[in-house]
Every structure is written in structure tokens, then in C-alpha cells.
Ligand binder design. Structure first.
Ligand code: ADP
Ligand code: MG
Length: 246
């Protein structure tokens, strides 16, 4: 694993419905240490998906640079989109196999299916899956490519609370077995505190980093919702600048 440094000097879009450009991101700097789980927290529409697409190499139209260690190389990406984006005419297993490189053995999928409790569903087509199961398949698919960085764009949005919690616990189980650098987008501060080594708060447009906070709660304590909630309240008290974001 390698550290990743991201610098976006400027990202603009053509302004919608008027002449000129809309400045989506300006002077944003972010470093990810190898193996670190970082949560990006920011209001809807602030530019989080734009940032992930740039890091993923899907949007080359920006000023700045992404560094993998000391190299100007694009990191290998695993991307969990907001919507699971599974191919409907492929089974669960086939959807995951499609993401593998030619040097990767299809057998490496088996322990991933096992950890995410999908072994019995592996030959099912996506239409038979619940949303929580589809999200778990999308997570396996992203881990299976053994990426330099895993990008996750609000992957638990619109799940009911118990399902979101179950998928979150399974994600953490998988991440402990296979530590990867993760950049996880959410606008749910409790979810971010439960998951992250470090929280990065983002302003609305043009988007930049407002604050970065290391979560001081031990990993073994992260299932304790009372503790998470009291830390959330403490954060809001100590950091008035993040209140307006949530
Ligand atoms: P977030 O993921 O934080 O909700 P997005 O990255 O999707 O935000 O969008 C950030 C801003 O950029 C929004 O104001 C959105 O309207 C604008 N935007 C996103 N994609 C485009 C596009 N293709 N063309 C023009 N404006 C866009
Ligand atoms: Mg988004």
C-alpha cells in the first residue's frame, strides 16, 4: 500500500442555464495514508462525487494532480457507486468476476462472498437481491480488484437503519481482513464516526477542506452507539464550522 496525495487547484463545470463556468472545487488538498479509512463529510451538492470521479480518472477535466507515493500515476481504483450498478443479465458471481484482472483467479472471490454472507446468493441475478445485498455485492466487486484506494460514494444511502448497520459491520469486517486505503463519502456524521480513522469536512461551493479530525475512539468501541452519539455532540460543540454542513 502507498500514500496518496490529491491536489485539486480548480474544477469547473459549464454553468447550467447561464453563460460562464461554475467553480465546483478550488484549492482542495487531501492526503491519504496507506491503509487509512477516511470519511469525507459535506452537504449535498458540494462536490463530493465530482472529487471521487476525478480521483477515479473518470473526469480528466481539472487543474491539479494526484500522486501515488512519489509517482504521478493514477492509483488503481475500486469504486462503490451510490447506486450498485450491477449488470442485470449476470449473476452475483459473474458481476464480481467481470471486475477481476486477467492475472486474478476467480477463486479469490470465495472468501469475499463468505465474509459478506453472500455465498448462497452467488448464482442469483441482481433482480432477486434486496438493496442491502446489492450493496454488499458492489463492495465485494470493489475489494476484489485489490485497489490502491477504495472509493465509496454514500454506499449505504436509502437503506433502513438496521440494514445500513449490518452492511457497515460487514464492510468493517472485510476491511480488517484486507486493509485498504478507503475514501468514504457520507453526509451522516454518526456513520462517519463509526467508520473513520479521520474525518474530513468539506465546504460547499467552491468545495475545499474545512477541517480534518482524527477520531479518538478505539476500533473495539465503534459499535457503541451511545459513545458515537456523545462524540458527535462534542464535535458539534467544539467545531462550530461543521454545524452548518449537517
Ligand atoms: P455531491 O456529490 O457533493 O452531492 P456533486 O459532485 O454531484 O455533489 O456536484 C457538485 C456540484 O457540481 C453541484 O452543484 C452540481 O450541480 C454540479 N455538477 C455536477 N456534475 C455536473 C455536470 N456534469 N455539469 C454541470 N454541473 C455539474
Ligand atoms: Mg454525490
Amino acid at each position: 500500500m502507498t500514500d496518496i496525495r490529491i491536489r485539486i487547484d480548480s474544477k469547473t463545470y459549464p454553468a447550467i442555464g447561464q453563460a460562464g463556468q461554475y467553480q465546483a472545487i478550488a484549492n482542495l488538498g487531501l492526503s491519504l495514508r496507506a491503509g487509512e479509512f477516511v470519511c469525507l463529510v459535506g452537504p449535498s451538492g458540494c462536490g463530493k462525487t465530482t472529487l471521487l470521479n476525478i480521483i477515479a480518472g473518470l473526469d480528466p477535466d481539472y487543474d491539479g494532480e494526484i500522486m501515488l507515493g512519489s509517482l504521478h500515476t493514477s492509483p488503481k481504483i475500486g469504486y462503490v457507486f451510490q447506486n450498485p450498478r450491477l449488470l442485470p443479465w449476470r449473476t452475483v458471481r459473474e458481476n464480481i468476476e467481470l471486475a477481476l484482472g486477467s492475472h486474478q483467479s476467480p477463486e479469490l472471490i470465495d472468501p469475499l462472498l463468505e465474509t459478506m454472507q453472500l455465498t448462497r446468493a452467488q448464482h442469483v441475478y441482481p433482480e432477486r437481491l434486496s438493496l442491502g445485498m446489492s450493496r454488499r455485492v458492489a463492495i465485494i466487486r470493489a475489494f476484489a480488484v485489490d485497489p490502491d484506494v477504495l472509493l465509496m460514494d454514500e454506499p449505504f444511502v436509502s437503506l433502513d437503519a438496521p440494514t445500513a448497520r449490518q452492511v457497515r459491520d460487514l464492510l468493517l469486517k472485510l476491511w480488517r481482513q484486507r486493509p485498504h486505503t478507503v475514501l468514504f463519502v457520507t453526509h451522516d456524521l454518526r456513520e462517519a464516526i463509526a467508520l473513520a480513522d479521520r474525518l474530513v469536512f468539506l465546504s460547499s461551493s467552491p468545495m475545499h477542506v474545512l477541517s480534518e479530525i482524527t477520531v479518538p475512539i478505539a476500533r473495539e468501541e465503534r459499535h457503541n452507539e451511545t459513545l458515537i452519539e456523545s462524540y458527535r455532540q462534542q464535535l458539534m460543540k467544539d467545531h462550530p464550522e461543521i454545524r452548518q454542513l449537517l
